[in-house]
Design a protein around this ligand. Structure first.
Ligand SMILES: [Zn+2]
Length: 59
C-alpha cells in the first residue's frame, strides 16, 4: 500500500492494484488517508532533490 503511494510499483503491479482498489473499500480509505498527510509525497520528492543538489553544490 505504501509502495503504491510512493509510486515504486512497476506497471503491472500498479494496474493490478488499481483494479483491486476499485473493489476494496479498505484500500480506498487507506490511500485517501495517505494522500491527506501534509507533505507526505512532497517530502519524499524534496528529500531526493535536496540530496542531488548537495552532490552538485560545492561546500
Ligand atoms: Zn485492499
Amino acid at each position: 500500500m505504501a509502495a503504491y503511494a510512493l509510486g515504486v510499483l512497476d506497471e503491472e503491479d500498479h494496474e493490478a492494484f488499481q483494479s483491486h482498489l476499485m473493489t476494496c473499500e479498505e484500500c480506498q480509505v487507506e490511500l485517501r488517508e495517505l494522500s491527506e498527510v501534509p507533505g507526505f509525497l512532497d517530502g519524499v520528492k524534496r528529500d531526493r532533490s535536496n540530496a542531488l543538489d548537495d552532490d552538485r553544490m560545492p561546500h
